[in-house]
Design a protein around this ligand. Structure first.
Ligand SMILES: *Cc1c(COP(=O)(O)O)cnc(C)c1O
Length: 385
């Protein structure tokens, strides 16, 4: 981007071929779920080692249906992370089940699997980890725990399309149970809004399809039956056409994100790290680098309070750079406090939730953009040193 334009923390890359394709769908006479959705599901299935994939109108809807496919219902417990987009915990509550949070590992910022094992009770039905910022949780260890305790797993891979574990793309790992992706505008590929559910085998395809569209089962020429309460969660062909254009470029987008992340490590001011700024793990193999996130220190070396996150974000905005916050700890939102959670329950998630900032990272960024962000950080946070 040009050196004076405002640099947002993210921006989708939609090419002209895709835009023309969307116009074609709009003129075709069929604009809701149809051939574009089928083609999108087929391409996603190819990316996921041939597993069945069904598209949804949001990642949140895909998560909700994944939980229902896993048999989660009223009274069940689902173990998840307190550091995620609020959808992750919200879908559990929506089904009348209870989220059981396990604190995060402060280095990976993902759920701490040792704490997951300790959180298991006779009511636990499933584990729902999040591959935060595109960095996968340890799937070998996760599935060892799930198998030992006979639990279902829903991988919230909203941010992890293009990431890998053990050489397998997330969604294609031989051990994986249910996996969901999001195609929200800010994610690594987008359909504006959308998501999908990757199923481990054919047995629950029909259930996932029913739950996606009002519980309706079609039979014969004009027959229709409803035997379960479903949502209205189908993706449109207009949106799926965007997804089809995006999916072709996934590898290119992921490589570019990795290259930009590498440059952040090269250009990030080491004196800021010495002053307490925490960088993400430098993983260029497995992570798909959905975000590049830095945790700001709360104290200076002399013990005085460091610059507040709000002041940092303001300073960066004045320098023409957009900064995101992903995320405040979920258990400290008003709803969750009302349900009994409190300050101090998950110290790592709370500290990181207070200090985390998302720096600009998207495929259309230039190397010079990264340099500009790093220089601005030194200027804005300079007082820390
Ligand atoms: C984006 C996101 C979701 C929800 O996806 P939507 O498509 O916005 O509904 C869920 N979990 C995580 C971790 C996300 O980042």
């Amino acid at each position: 981007m040009n050196s004076t334009a405002f640099l947002p923390f993210t921006r989708p890359t939609i090419d002209e071929e895709t835009i023309a394709g969307v116009a074609e769908v709009l003129r075709s006479g069929w604009i809701t779920s149809g051939p574009q959705v089928k083609a999108f599901e087929q391409s996603l299935s190819e990316l996921c080692a041939g597993r069945p994939v069904r598209a949804f109108n949001s990642g949140t809807a895909a998560l909700e249906i994944a939980l229902r496919v896993a048999g989660v219902g009223a009274g069940d417990e689902v173990i998840t992370t307190p550091l995620s987009w609020v959808s992750t915990a919200s879908v559990i509550l929506q089904l009348g089940a209870r989220p059981v949070f396990a604190d995060i590992d402060p280095v990976t910022r993902n759920i701490d699997l040792a704490l997951v094992e300790r959180a298991i009770t006779p009511r636990t039905r499933a584990i729902m980890p999040v591959h935060l910022a595109g960095l996968p949780v340890d799937l070998d260890r996760l599935y060892a725990i799930a198998t030992k305790h006979r639990l279902r797993v829903i991988e919230d891979a909203a941010q992890a399309i293009g990431a890998t574990w053990g050489g397998h793309p997330i969604g294609a790992h031989p051990k994986s149970d249910l996996v969901t992706f999001s195609f929200h505008a800010n994610k690594n590929i987008t359909t504006t809004e959308g998501g999908c559910l990757v199923l481990p085998d054919d047995t629950s395809i029909k259930l996932a399809e029913k739950l996606r569209l009002m519980g309706v089962v079609r039979s014969g020429e004009d027959g229709m039956e409803v035997d379960v309460v479903g949502g209205k969660y189908n993706l449109t062909d207009v949106a799926a056409r965007i997804g089809n254009g995006q999916l072709k470029r996934l590898d290119e987008f992921t490589s570019r994100r990795k290259a930009l992340a590498r440059r952040y490590f090269e250009r990030f001011d080491p004196s800021l790290v010495a002053a307490g700024c925490e960088l993400p793990p430098a993983d260029f193999e497995r992570s798909c680098w959905h975000m590049f996130q830095v945790v700001l220190p709360e104290r200076r070396a002399n013990g005085a309070a460091a610059m507040s996150r709000a002041d940092f974000i303001r300073g960066m905005r004045e320098a023409g750079i957009g900064i995101g916050v992903h995320y405040p700890a979920i258990h400290l939102f008003a709803l969750y406090r009302k349900l009994g959670w409190k300050d101090g329950d998950f110290p790592h998630a709370e500290r990181i939730g207070r200090g985390i900032v998302t720096l600009p990272l998207f495929p259309a960024m230039t190397d010079a953009d990264v340099d500009r962000v790093c220089a601005a950080m030194t200027a804005v946070l300079g007082a820390l040193q």
